[in-house]
Design a protein around this ligand. Structure first.
Ligand code: CP
Ligand code: NVA
Length: 307
């Protein structure tokens, strides 16, 4: 593949590319589950840069790269020159000369874009204030595994219009499904920040029960994302009526799934009963981060493969 490709937000890829990735994920996951060695990225190096905490993202990228035959290096702001003011453009130049692919978790989207503009190798967004595209890739793959195509389906997003919400909205435009969003007043979706084309794939509801009605998939996330901790007290009050609980699940479709990117706070954005119910697929969702990101790294480094 000659053209350098990055995955900085969901709409960086087309629907065809996502269909390819979902099929590759299926094959790679199946191979892994049957203990077949598959090393297409032998001798390749992934650098992971973390400016915020992580369990799943670090683990899935690091394990995934090893399983594909490559190696992974972990850098964080605290222990690298990034935390001492080295310009992100310079970091992009240097890090991309010593590696084959880079994953970054940081604050503003603008930071990852500046890094990517100075990078010789593909850059993956491992979460920014605005977007979390790898998580939505895993979520949609999980939906497909359980229920088939997501096209035409309705996802209910209950809670904060954060990085996860924005990415669901982008995904709805690319993959042609609908998102019903309910946020407390003052926390509404900002379409420009969400990076939407404006193709009318989402609807806002004042009452979360209305957003949940007849949904195929119910989903939510923490009320206070990383980087917004100073607002925690105000957010706890504002979001109190936006908990996904058993009453809310009852108005969704009877076979609706529940998803949460994790980490979750039982008793805040989701009741313990819903989180641990048979409709909840949160553990599959977490596991699928591993499989979709292996397909993603393979695609960014090797392009489309025949088998
Ligand atoms: N869902 C997710 O990205 O989890 P981590 O913050 O643990 O990486
Ligand atoms: N919205 C959350 C997601 C964590 C995986 C955050 O940004 O903190």
């Amino acid at each position: 593949m000659s053209e350098l490709k990055h995955f900085l937000q969901f709409k960086d890829f087309t629907r065809d590319e996502f269909e390819y990735l979902f099929e590759r994920t299926r094959i790679i996951k199946e191979r892994f589950k049957s203990y077949k060695k598959y090393w297409p990225l032998e001798d390749r190096t992934l650098v992971m840069i973390f400016e915020k905490a992580s369990t799943r993202t670090r683990l899935s990228f690091e394990a995934g790269m090893h399983q594909l035959g490559g190696s992974a290096i972990y850098l964080n702001t605290r222990d690298s020159q990034l935390g001492r003011g080295e310009p992100v453009e310079d970091a992009g130049q240097v890090i991309s000369r010593m590696s084959d692919i880079v994953m970054i978790r940081t604050f503003e989207q603008e930071i990852i874009e500046r890094f990517a503009r100075n990078s010789r190798v593909p850059v993956i967004n491992g979460l920014t204030n605005e977007y979390h595209p790898c998580q939505i890739l895993a979520d949609i793959y999980t939906y497909i595994e359980h229920r088939g195509s997501i096209q035409g389906k309705t996802v209910a997003w209950i809670g904060d219009s954060n990085n996860m919400c924005n990415t669901w909205l982008q995904a709805a435009e690319v993959l042609d499904f609908n998102v019903h969003v309910s946020t407390p007043p003052g926390y509404e979706v900002e379409p420009e920040r969400a990076g939407l084309y404006g193709t009318d794939h989402y609807e806002a509801f004042a009452d979360p029960m209305d957003a949940a009605r007849d949904a195929d998939l119910m989903t939510t996330d923490v009320w206070t994302s990383m980087g917004y901790e100073a607002e925690n007290e105000a957010r706890m009050k504002a979001f109190a009526d936006w908990q996904v609980d058993e009453d809310m699940m009852r108005v969704a479709k009877p076979d609706a799934l529940f998803m949460h990117c994790l980490p979750a706070h039982r008793g805040e954005e989701v009741s313990a009963g819903v989180m641990d119910s048979p409709q909840s697929v949160v553990w599959d969702e977490a596991e699928n981060r591993l499989h979709v990101q292996k397909a993603l790294m393979e695609y960014l480094l090797l392009g489309k493969l025949d088998q």
